[in-house]
Write a protein that binds this ligand. Structure first.
Ligand code: PLP
Length: 446
């Protein structure tokens, strides 16, 4: 196809309209299912991130590295359930473990060996976790970790970062989001800005129970925390008697012991979720024995932490098998290096076409920003919703299941060929639309 003429608002809108029309006409069943679902689910939706206009694709099935929608289109999956689908859709080792577990009962209502096995696997991999507690989501893990920090320190406040996402009840791209809890007890600083943290601590440090941080902002745009920033948080937390919580719900999949393994900064509490449940519902928080043992029910004055499905058998088994037999050190290195190779080639392809592109994230998680300089915090992201929409529709129509927010996630099932196919499709996209995207002035001048 011919490249389009240079950027003008009317033209990007025209291109989106044309793509949206093709998308709508090729996906009538998804449209109809959204309409039916809307009778019983608000907007036909029960997880906001899965909604996009005019209607999201409804998925019929998923195998290995592919998903198939209800209109029969097959896509190579580069969403992978927003990082939770790390193992791919049908890892045989995990599926066999779940199948054999089904024959032995799925809800014991008592302690069992599988929770101990998963706990042992987690404690041996994460350097800062001596003891761990399970729950059912990353959101819960973060709220529980913040609650434990408040109880342990006797302080009411928590410091978080603007643009961070710690779950549906702790979502700080808009700190006043109506469902957020404890907002009067929250303080906020700018991510990757030590001075801003110091400013908040100088004012309220004596009342701050914990600093909670994603070592790499996930939904905030794949923005890595500088190592020096995390080390400074560690030092400032110690000065103030404040606990440091690393939210590794997304980043745990990047290294055997999470991103803290790479940066060698030790958290007091670490929260986990998503992929560590082997693809099933999961959350966990853990840390130093002395801190976690406040939850030991045999002790006088123990802090109560319950949860009907905290030790649900299927998750405990899938999580344990996944962590010990599938997410091996070698497997993590291999998928990260596939991600790094793709990152490098995408940047090359963009440079050749003089399109401004920076790619955040790390290893198997890539966040595409159409701007020459990588953002250091979410306020620096300049890619517009229209640009995101254009790319989203175009990649879907080319057969790649990608999220609208622009982060692509490889799974262990994503092959080198899948990455090559993605690269080729992305080059095709840029050949057609690079004039509607920001120009890379540096390579344009060269
Ligand atoms: C960094 C981070 N923390 C916590 C959560 C919340 O996890 P869950 O959706 O399991 O509640 C998410 C979810 O996207 C996340 O990205």
């Amino acid at each position: 196809m011919e490249p389009l003429p240079a950027e003008q608002p009317a033209i990007i809108e025209g291109a989106i309209e044309e793509l949206e029309a093709r998308y709508s006409s090729t996906n009538p069943t998804s449209r109809a299912q959204l309409s039916s679902a809307s009778r019983v689910l608000p907007g036909g939706n029960t997880r906001a991130v899965l909604y996009y206009d005019p209607f999201p694709l409804f998925i019929e099935s998923a195998v290995d590295a592919r998903v198939t929608d209800v209109d029969g289109h097959s896509y190579i999956d580069f969403t992978n359930d927003m990082t939770a689908g790390f193992y791919g859709h049908s890892n045989p080792v995990i599926l066999a473990a779940i199948r054999s577990a089904l024959d032995n009962g799925i809800s014991f209502g008592g302690p069992h060996q599988h929770e101990m096995a998963l706990a042992e696997a987690i404690c041996s991999r994460f350097m800062s976790i001596d003891r761990v507690r399970f729950c059912n989501s990353g959101t819960e893990a973060n709220l529980l970790a913040m609650g434990l920090a408040r109880a342990a320190t006797g302080r009411p406040l928590v410091l978080a970062f603007r643009g961070a996402y710690h779950g549906s009840l702790a979502s700080y791209s808009n700190t006043d989001a109506p469902l957020n809890v404890d907002i009067p007890q929250m303080r906020f600083a700018r991510f990757n800005d030590e001075q801003d943290v110091r400013r908040v601590l100088e004012k309220d440090g004596a009342q701050i129970a914990a600093i909670i941080v994603e070592p790499m902002m996930g939904s905030g745009g794949g923005i890595l925390a500088d190592r020096a920033f995390l080390a400074a948080l560690r030092a400032m937390a110690d000065e103030c008697g404040t606990l440091l919580i690393f939210d590794e719900v997304v980043t745990a999949r990047l290294f055997p012991g999470g991103l803290q393994d790479l940066v060698q900064v030790r958290a007091d509490l670490t929260t986990l979720g998503k992929s560590l449940g082997g693809g099933l519902t999961f959350g966990a928080f853990g840390g130093r024995a002395q801190l976690m043992d406040r939850l030991d029910p045999s002790r006088p004055g123990a802090i109560l932490h319950g949860g009907t499905f905290n030790n649900n058998v299927l998750t405990m088994i899938a999580g344990h098998i996944g962590l010990t037999e599938v997410a091996t050190v070698e497997a993590l290195q291999a998928v990260n290096s596939r991600g790094d190779k793709l990152r490098h080639k995408l940047l090359e392809v963009a440079k050749e076409r003089r399109t401004a592109l920076s790619i955040g994230g790390h290893g198997s998680i890539l966040s595409l920003h159409f701007q020459p300089i990588a953002p250091q915090n979410p306020a620096e992201i300049t890619t517009t919703p229209k640009q995101r929409k254009l790319i989203h529709f175009d990649m879907l129509l080319r057969g790649f299941y990608v999220p609208r927010r622009g982060t692509i996630n490889l799974s262990l099932a994503t092959s080198g060929e899948d990455c090559e196919a993605f690269l080729e499709a992305f080059a095709g996209l840029l050949d057609r639309y690079s004039t509607l995207l920001p120009r890379d002035e540096a390579s344009a001048k060269a």
